[in-house]
Design a protein around this ligand. Structure first.
Ligand SMILES: [Zn+2]
Length: 68
């Protein structure tokens, strides 16, 4: 599972990994690591993905016919 642009340190992409200590999120770009289980065994909520802002892009622009 991936959280794109959700790293609190560099805004890179986090992925879910697991070892024998438990699950954690790690950043693919900077190596930021966040455990999802704290030392007392309680789950820690995963970093939520940043809201994606919709850019108008080309969708709002009507296409003009192309002369051949
Ligand atoms: Zn990062």
């Amino acid at each position: 599972m991936y959280w794109l642009k959700s790293c609190p340190k560099c805004h890179g992409d986090l992925c879910l990994e697991q070892d024998h200590y438990g699950a954690f999120q790690t950043c693919l770009q900077c190596g930021y690591l966040r455990e999802l289980i704290d030392r007392s065994g309680n789950p820690v909520p995963a970093v939520q993905p940043l809201p994606i802002k919709e850019s108008p892009g080309r969708l709002g622009v009507p296409r003009l016919p192309v002369a051949a």
